[in-house]
Write a protein that binds this ligand. Structure first.
Ligand code: ZN
Length: 142
C-alpha cells in the first residue's frame, strides 16, 4: 500500500457555521468549500493547511454517523484520512492482512474523492479513511 500524505483530518461538530467562524476568525484559516454529502448524512466544510485539509462534519440527520459519534464522545477529531494510490488494491491488501474494513469497495466522498473507511477496532482506536483523487481537479484556496 502506498500512502503519500495525510489528505485531511475529519472533525465532528454540532454547528457548522459556528465552527467555520472559529477556524476563520480565531485561527485565520479560510473555508474554501462547503458541501453536503447525502450518502454520509453530513454537511462538510474544508480548510487547506499546507497540503493537508481540515474537514468539519456536521450531521444532517439525527440517525447519521456523525450525530451518533457526538452523542457518544462529544465534538472532536472523528477520523484521519490518508491519501493512497490505487485504493482498489489497498483495500484487499489490508483485508488480507487481517484488518477489518467498513467499506470493501470505495465509494464517493466529499470533493469527488474515492474513499473507504477502515474499522477502528482494527486500527488501535482510530477511524482511518483511505482516499484517492482520480479527478485531476485542483481544489485550491480561494
Ligand atoms: Zn473524511
Amino acid at each position: 500500500m502506498n500512502i503519500s500524505h495525510i489528505e485531511h483530518i475529519g472533525i465532528a461538530v454540532t454547528n457548522l457555521e459556528e465552527s467555520i467562524s472559529f477556524y476563520e476568525k480565531k485561527l485565520g484559516l479560510k473555508c474554501y468549500s462547503i458541501e453536503e454529502v447525502a450518502d454520509q448524512k453530513v454537511k462538510t466544510a474544508f480548510f487547506m493547511v499546507g497540503q493537508t485539509k481540515i474537514e468539519l462534519l456536521q450531521s444532517t440527520d439525527s440517525e447519521g454517523p456523525i450525530n451518533k459519534f457526538i452523542e457518544k464522545k462529544g465534538e472532536g477529531i472523528h477520523h484521519l484520512a490518508f491519501a493512497v494510490k490505487e485504493i482498489e488494491g489497498a483495500l484487499p491488501e489490508l483485508e488480507n492482512k487481517g484488518v477489518q474494513l467498513i467499506d470493501k469497495i470505495p465509494r464517493r466522498g466529499a470533493e469527488g474523492l474515492d474513499i473507504a473507511f477502515v474499522h477502528p477496532k482494527s486500527t488501535k482506536g482510530v477511524l482511518i479513511e483511505l482516499c484517492e483523487n482520480k479527478n485531476e481537479i485542483n481544489y485550491c484556496i480561494v
